[in-house]
Design a protein around this ligand. Structure first.
Ligand code: DCP
Ligand code: MG
Length: 485
């Protein structure tokens, strides 16, 4: 039997546990900006229709007295490690699939831990005793049904699908509940009049693969109660991605490019840290109307440098004809191969491949320096090190500015901030110990000149004596203007 354990409203429950004032109240874990989305919603918040991935402003509309907690990933990761350690006491075959869920293969462990029901109850008790958190457990003869079972009676649930009940569950299981069936597949299910997983059995394999590609084969098996996916304790990652909801919607291709570069860098770093190369790169864009698209490209070569990933992401982006404003940008990689494995190189190495290899060496060196000296300074240096292909980039200029006079007031910094934003500049402004103000303005030459003219005039309650400038290397990763303290 397979068990699937999934914590209830994980991040929100941790917050409620650590702050009893929050118990019984509608709580979400999310960023505080009005553009953030809900990470986790307590079951009290769910009564208002609030759920994960919902924009915070919508959640607030539904429940004006909603409590928003910023949360702490490290705290959740610490609890997650404790939970996984508990599960490993029940079986050596534990496969964590996310921060708050895991599969356990308990076949053959009955003598030690009892029946699936007894084991599940012990797991639930142990987690409550050690972490004061509840979870829901599903048990079934196959993996996909165990996952479905854990969701059937949330929160604090326990659902067992015994071998005899499997056929009946499949017959009536709404097809939308089957993992992998998304909105697009649902439209096709409708056209085939497939409402439950049992309905899939009315179709032969050929029709299903014609309609759903390789997923058709899987559906065919699932409908028969077969799930060949084993429980693997060290299940290799199948994809790595980085995405971010931006603090404002963007449409300028150079802004998009900057974010793609930053995401490609994050993904590349994770890929190299796992000693892997990839050959599939994807991008995901979500628009201001919340619609989204993703595109991917499979390469002929294996890559792991951030620059190579960025190049492919840019290629995908520039092949789209986008007219809407963008609120989220993501980059992902998949189809991995271990770096140690010998990789077949093309006999006719082209310049691109040579570039990729050189960038890979640069990235690896940067990664190790970064690990030694901390992320801040070197993260920037690493991004600066990327040459963006001239065919993609408009003229991105950067000027470092020192402003002297009576300029250190709050007004000066804030008005500079607003003026820079009006001119679509990224960079920063900060007070220096010698009484001057230093700023970095990055954007088009024209807008920077305009900004410098503004600086010379000065802001409210300030008196500018002198403005000196120095041209510096532009950093496409710097996408916002900020006041530094
Ligand atoms: N998470 C997130 N962003 C999402 C979805 C989830 O940050 N879009 C985080 C917060 C969740 C945790 O992952 O607490 C686990 O995700 P689940 O899907 O298991 O959701 P919950 O545990 O919050 O609720 P449930 O009781 O439905 O499992
Ligand atoms: Mg959960």
């Amino acid at each position: 039997m397979i068990l699937h354990v999934d914590m209830d409203a994980f991040f929100a429950s941790v917050e409620q546990r650590d702050n009893p004032d929050l118990l019984g109240k509608p709580v979400i874990v999310a960023g505080h900006s009005s553009r953030s989305v809900v990470s986790a919603a307590s079951y009290e918040a769910r009564k208002f229709g609030i759920h994960s991935a919902m924009p915070v402003f919508q959640a607030r509309q539904r429940c004006p007295h909603l409590i928003i907690q910023p949360g702490s990933r490290e705290k959740y990761a610490r609890d997650s490690r404790k939970i996984m350690a508990i599960l490993r006491q029940f079986s050596p075959l534990v496969e964590p699939v996310s921060i708050d869920e895991a599969f356990l293969d308990i076949t053959g462990c009955e003598k030690l831990i009892g029946t699936p029901e007894q084991a599940a109850k012990k797991i639930k008790t142990e987690i409550v005793n050690q972490l004061a958190l509840t979870c829901s457990v599903g048990a079934a003869p196959v993996r996909f049904l165990a996952k479905i079972a854990s969701d059937m009676d949330k929160p604090d649930g326990l659902t067992i699908i015994c071998p005899e009940a499997m056929a009946q569950v499949i017959e009536t299981l709404p097809i939308s509940k089957v993992p992998g069936v998304g909105a697009r597949a649902m439209a096709q299910m409708k056209s085939l009049q497939i409402k439950t997983l049992g309905d899939v059995k009315k179709f032969d394999l050929k029709i299903l693969t014609n309609k759903f590609g390789s997923f058709g084969q899987r559906l065919f098996q699932l409908a028969k109660g077969i799930d060949p996916t084993p429980i693997e304790p060290e299940r290799p990652r199948k994809s790595i991605s980085a995405e971010a909801t931006l603090s404002r919607d963007i449409s300028d291709p150079r802004d998009v490019q900057s974010v793609l570069l930053a995401q490609a860098h994050r993904v590349g770093k994770a890929l190299r840290a796992g000693n892997q190369k990839c050959r599939k790169v994807s991008i995901k864009l979500k628009f201001s109307d919340f619609s989204q698209i993703s595109r991917s490209k499979t390469l002929e070569t294996w890559i792991c440098s951030s620059n190579a990933i960025f190049d492919q992401a840019l290629f995908l982006y520039y092949n789209l004809n986008i007219t809407k404003r963008i609120r989220l940008v993501g980059v992902g990689v998949s189809e991995f191969q271990d770096t140690e494995k010998p990789i077949q190189r093309s006999l006719f190495t082209d310049q691109n491949q040579e570039d990729h290899r050189q960038w890979e060496a640069v990235d690896r060196a940067m990664d190790s320096v970064l690990a030694k000296f901390g992320p801040d300074v070197l993260n920037k240096a690493n991004l600066k090190a990327h040459k963006v292909s001239p065919k993609y980039i408009g003229e991105l200029c950067a000027v470092e500015v020192t402003i002297t006079g009576r300029v250190q007031g709050v007004c000066f910094r804030h008005e500079t901030h607003l003026a820079a934003q009006d001119r679509r500049l990224s960079g920063y402004v900060r007070n220096m110990p010698d009484g001057s103000v230093q700023a970095l303005f990055q954007g088009t030459q024209e807008n920077i000149q305009d900004m410098l003219a503004w600086c010379r005039k000065g802001a409210t309650f300030s008196e500018v004596k002198d403005v000196t400038t120095r041209t510096v290397l532009a950093d496409p990763a710097l996408t916002h203007f900020e006041i530094r303290y």
